[in-house]
Design a protein around this ligand. Structure first.
Ligand code: PMP
Length: 432
């Protein structure tokens, strides 16, 4: 078609100015010109269901954000060394979302920056370098956030190429990890043993850092008590517990605003981004006053656009929308319904072996064999291509790229849940 040829020409121009590492979804992606709620509309006017955009937390094209940005932009946009109300109100509002003693906020522009700063805070606090991170993780692309990114999905050498001061512990995956559900407590015991070993060797870690619900690994819930035990161990040796809530936090899990609440554990440092800006570049670190003050030893902190009036207004408006439209409750209710419906598909289709996650952060795991748990990697990629032809945008995640990540805008409706499940059923029934 003419539109197909236009799409191909635009892709060729993209390839000419971008490097190959700057990848795009799908071999033949539609040209997207508009978004509305959980829908994306292409240049042909074709509507696809977006099951992927956790960043567009409040839904695409939200008129309330558009109006708030237009107004603030026309009034004032500057940096946070100037004094204006929005940045104070936004920081106060963020501080009310986290438990005591977390009360001090840094505003940045992305998740990578937030993770980078969190690690710097821990290193300044402890005057140490070493960090313990979880395997199968992605935390960002800056030097420090990349250092703790251990996923082998994009970089098979990831574990072998970490700096020597990065130490990794097993992803506590009770489905395909070293321990099953009845021995799940051993994951925490192993992580604690690694932290104790580092301390005994004279290199106690400055921090333990992980996602609090395992988003990058496919939305796996951590074993109950995991974070409590590991946080206690790192603190016992003078280090900090850092919770990366960039993907899973901010209401998406439905029953919990933060992943660490599911674990009944309170971190020393929380990193956020993505959902908080609904696509506008926004990130934050929330910590205690004492930890934040220790960073003085590391110099000073300033981010030119972090906490700008426009960014702060975006952040405040996103929080208003999440509250007024009851999006966390929607994530809980629609997420529960969606999870049940996908689980029942699994009874019909042996390939669909498990559904991980909570709320509107779900992962459907495809395996070739439910005894060996052999990942169905190629099948998952093909299923995503077939889903696109049926009007659903979905992508794989995890080290084996065999888990369909489902993390749509939090306004996702039951009707959209049905559309997704029916499309998936059709693909699994008719082949891919
Ligand atoms: N932490 C986690 C858990 C993430 O998923 C990501 C992004 N995928 C980041 C950090 C980095 O965020 P950003 O892309 O905004 O730099």
């Amino acid at each position: 078609s003419a539109a197909g040829a236009d799409a191909a020409r635009l892709l060729a121009r993209r390839d000419a100015v971008f490097a190959e590492v700057q990848e795009h979804y799908f071999a033949e992606p539609p040209v997207i010109v508009r978004g509305w709620r959980e829908y994306l509309i292409d240049a042909d006017g074709r509507v696809t269901l977006d099951t992927l955009n956790n960043v567009a937390s409040i839904g695409h094209g939200h008129p309330r954000i558009a109006a708030a940005v237009a107004e603030q932009w026309s009034l004032l946009n500057t940096n946070s060394r100037f004094h204006y109300p929005a940045v104070v109100e936004f920081a106060e509002r963020l501080a009310t979302l986290v438990p005591d003693p977390l009360d001090t906020v840094f505003l940045v522009n992305s998740g990578s920056e937030a993770v980078d700063l969190a690690l710097r805070l821990a290193q300044a606090w402890s005057s140490r370098l070493d960090v313990v991170a979880m395997r199968e993780a992605y935390h960002g692309w800056t030097y420090l956030s990349d250092a703790v990114s251990t996923s082998t999905a994009d970089n098979p050498d990831a574990l072998a190429t970490r700096p020597e001061w990065i130490h990794t512990v097993d992803a506590p995956n009770t489905f395909r990890g070293a321990y099953g559900l009845d021995e799940a407590h051993r994951f925490a015991e192993d992580a604690v043993a690694e932290i104790d070993r580092l301390a005994a060797d004279g290199t106690p870690p400055s921090a333990f850092l992980s996602e609090t619900f395992y988003g990058n690994a496919g939305g796996m819930k951590l074993p109950d008590g995991y974070l409590g035990a590991v946080y206690a161990a790192v603190r016992a040796h003078g280090g900090l517990a850092i919770a990366d809530e960039v993907q899973v936090g901010y209401g998406r899990l439905g029953d919990w605003f933060w992943g660490f609440q599911q674990q009944d554990a309170t971190p020393d440092v929380v990193t956020i981004a993505k959902a908080m800006g609904a696509g506008h570049p926004l990130g934050a670190v929330i910590t205690t006053r004492e930890i934040a003050e220790a960073y003085r030893r590391g110099g000073y902190f300033f981010s030119s656009a972090g906490g700008s009036p426009v960014s702060s207004v975006v952040g405040l408006t996103v929080l208003d929308i999440i509250r007024d439209e009851r999006l966390q409750e929607n994530a809980r209710d629609v997420g529960r319904y969606l999870k049940e419906r996908i689980e029942s598909l699994g009874q019909k289709h042996p390939l669909l072996a498990a559904v991980h996650g909570a709320g509107l952060y779900l992962g459907s795991e495809f395996v070739r064999d439910r005894d060996t748990w052999q990942p169905a990697t190629a099948e998952t990629a093909a299923i995503c291509d077939r889903l696109l032809s049926l009007g659903v945008i979905a992508q794989p995640t995890g080290d084996h790229q065999n888990i369909l990540k489902i993390k749509p805008p939090m306004c996702f409706s039951r009707k959209s849940a049905d559309f997704l499940v029916d499309a998936l059923d059709q693909v699994l029934t008719t082949g891919w």
